[in-house]
Design a protein around this ligand. Sequence first.
Ligand SMILES: CC(C)(COP(=O)(O)OP(=O)(O)OC[C@H]1O[C@@H](n2cnc3c(N)ncnc32)[C@H](O)[C@@H]1OP(=O)(O)O)[C@@H](O)C(=O)NCCC(=O)NCCS
Length: 179
Amino acid sequence: MDYTAPTLIPLDQVEPAMIEQVLDRAFGPDRHGRTAYKVREGTDWLPALSFAALDEDDMLVGTIQVWPVALEDEDGKQHPMLMVGPVAVIPERQREGYGQALMLAMLAALDERAPLPQVLIGDADYYGRFFGFSDAPTGGWTLPGPWDPGRLLVRAVNPAILPAKGTLGPWRSHLANSG
Ligand SMILES: CC(C)(COP(=O)(O)OP(=O)(O)OC[C@H]1O[C@@H](n2cnc3c(N)ncnc32)[C@H](O)[C@@H]1OP(=O)(O)O)[C@@H](O)C(=O)NCCC(=O)NCCS
């Protein structure tokens, strides 16, 4: 399907309360208990990789946020990664290309010389089909809460170098109080 290209702006140009409204409408107000929130707990989203989508009337219809997380391996070593999400489009504007536009903007903003692996919890039918995310490398990973293994997806230049086992959590040097 052909979509009209939406207007994308950096997310830090949007009022925080408006971002929360989009997330509530896409995921429901009980979203805060989700495991993804625990993985990135205490970190702030990365302004250079987080975007908002506006419609033809400059109304906010979607957002994407990216967070600094790490996979801690069995030796306690942290392997930095980018946690993608929520990717959210308000219900009445879904399936018009906004989600893909937000994802493509984020992927284009990665430093192609050395992009960190990107991880998310989401539908493989969407993130695998359009962007090459896969659950294959994540079978031995654990999260700080319940998760569906088929929805823990990663995208990396060289998946073979990802640790087979580890626990996902905040990237310690990015914690708000780590100095
Ligand atoms: C999932 C979401 C971000 C997709 O964004 P979107 O703007 O609605 O979708 P797009 O217009 O970019 O893509 C449309 C295509 O993706 C497909 N698609 C959309 N959501 C899908 C899903 N959850 N699973 C599989 N395919 C999906 C559509 O069928 C369509 O395919 P087609 O072109 O062959 O018809 C959006 O629907 C949303 O916010 N959903 C609620 C929150 C959510 O589940 N977020 C994902 C977890 S982080």
